[in-house]
Design a protein around this ligand. Structure first.
Ligand SMILES: [Zn+2]
Length: 139
């Protein structure tokens, strides 16, 4: 079984061939939107867009599922976006990545445990994941 990436809302397949395909909209200027092809390899931050649409450094983007149009930005963790990953054994985890252009960080969370944390900017969001569960309600 190949690794699959799913929408957290409709469970539609987001990975087609060699890319995860999402729709992105610039939060500051909603007329700036387009498809984004992400590399499914965790820690690889190359992305592809049509030349008419560029992800700008430092701007925040709303990512949506191209299948059901649901917003994938996390309500719980500000500035992060969540999709589902299903591994070769069928085990599911949440993948969080930054919705801010140019920020490179990825978290893989399974059963409330951080299984993987990667990228030079991961330190920015450590505060979301390093706190013991019993203290999170105070944040
Ligand atoms: Zn969906």
């Amino acid at each position: 079984m190949a690794v699959e990436f799913l929408c957290k809302v409709c469970r539609g397949h987001l990975k087609v061939k060699t890319s995860i395909i999402l729709t992105a909209t610039n939060l500051k200027n909603r007329s700036e939107k387009g498809l984004v092809f992400l590399d499914p390899e965790i820690g690889n931050y190359t992305h592809t867009t049509h030349p008419s649409f560029q992800i700008k450094e430092g701007d925040e983007y709303i990512f949506t599922c191209p299948v059901c149009n649901a917003q994938l930005n996390s309500m719980k963790y500000l500035h992060l976006v969540r999709i589902l990953m299903k591994d070769e054994e069928g085990k599911e985890s949440s993948i969080y990545f930054s919705g801010i252009g140019g920020e490179k960080c990825t978290y893989k969370i399974r059963d409330d445990r951080v299984e993987m944390r990667t990228g030079p900017d991961a330190v920015i969001y450590n505060k979301y994941f390093d706190v013991p569960e019993e203290d999170r309600k105070y944040l």
